[in-house]
Design a protein around this ligand. Sequence first.
Ligand SMILES: NC(=O)c1ccc[n+]([C@@H]2O[C@H](COP(=O)([O-])OP(=O)(O)OC[C@H]3O[C@@H](n4cnc5c(N)ncnc54)[C@H](O)[C@@H]3O)[C@@H](O)[C@H]2O)c1
Length: 266
Amino acid sequence: MRLQAKAAVITGGGSGIGAAAAEVFAREGAKVVIADLNEEKLSQTVEDLLSKGFWAYGINCDVSSEEDVEKLILQTVQKCGKLDVIFNNAGTILPKPLEQVDGDEWDRLFQINVKSMYLTTKFAISHLKKNKGAIINMASMTGVVGQQYNAAYSATKGAIIALTKTMAIDYAPYGVRVNCISPAGVRTPLLDTWLKQQENPVKASEAQDRSHMLGRTADSEEIARVALFLASEDASFVTGENIVCDGGAALGYAAGPKPEWSRVPI
Ligand SMILES: NC(=O)c1ccc[n+]([C@@H]2O[C@H](COP(=O)([O-])OP(=O)(O)OC[C@H]3O[C@@H](n4cnc5c(N)ncnc54)[C@H](O)[C@@H]3O)[C@@H](O)[C@H]2O)c1
C-alpha cells in the first residue's frame, strides 16, 4: 500500500476529483481527513468511505477562511497524530467575460482557489517538514493555455502553477515536495456547471470530449491516481512539476488537419 500509515488532508473532498482522491488515498492505507464547505456532500463522502471500512474524518471548512483552515490543520494533527500530505483540491469557477466579473467575485475566486493554498501551507508546513511530506496543488490546463470566457479562473490556475514552483524551491531543503496537477476536462459537477453556462450545453459537451486527443473527458479517479502518485514515494524525486493530464488536449494545436471526431468547434 502506497500511503500506509500516512495522514492526508484533501480539500474539496466532498465531490468530484476530491471525493475520488479520498477513496484512492484511503484504499492505499492513508488516514484521510476531508475538508469541504458543503456539509451534505462532506458527510456523504465520509459515510461512504466508512461503510467500505476505510479511515475517514470530515471537517466542515471554508478553505478561504484563515480561522477555518487553522482549525482544520489543528484537528487533523489531533486526530491523526501527524500530517504527511495535503491535496489542495478545493476550487470553484467563474465562467464569464472578464469585463462582466465584479470585484467581489474576482476576490472571492482568488481567495478560494489560491489564498487557500497559502493558508494550508501557513498552518501545516511545520508538520510536513517533520515527515518530509508532500503538497499537491490543483491547477488546470486553463492556467497553461487559457480558456474562452474564463479569464479570472484561468488567472487563478496560472497563479497556482507559479506558486507551486516557488513553494517547491522554498521547501525542498526540508524534504517537502510540492507539485501541481493540470487536468483538462474532468466529468464532475464543476464541469457540468461550466457546460450549463455555455450557449448550447449539448454541443459544448460533445466539443469538450472531442477537444481531447483521446476523444473524451477524464473520470475523477484518473486524476485522483495522479495525485496518489505525487503523494507517494513513487514520486520521491519529483518536485516543482506541473503534471499535465489532459488526454492530449494541448496537442490539438499541433495535430495538423484533424479528422471530424477531433475538431473543436468552440
Ligand atoms: N472538472 C474539471 O474539468 C477540472 C479541470 C481542471 C481542474 N479542475 C479543478 O479540480 C478541482 C476540483 O474540481 P471538481 O471538478 O472535482 O469540482 P466539484 O465542484 O465536483 O468539487 C469541488 C469541491 O470543492 C468544494 N469547495 C468549493 N469551495 C470551497 C471552499 N471555499 N471551501 C471548501 N470547499 C470548497 C465544493 O463544495 C466541492 O465539494 C478544482 O480546483 C477545479 O478547479 C477541475
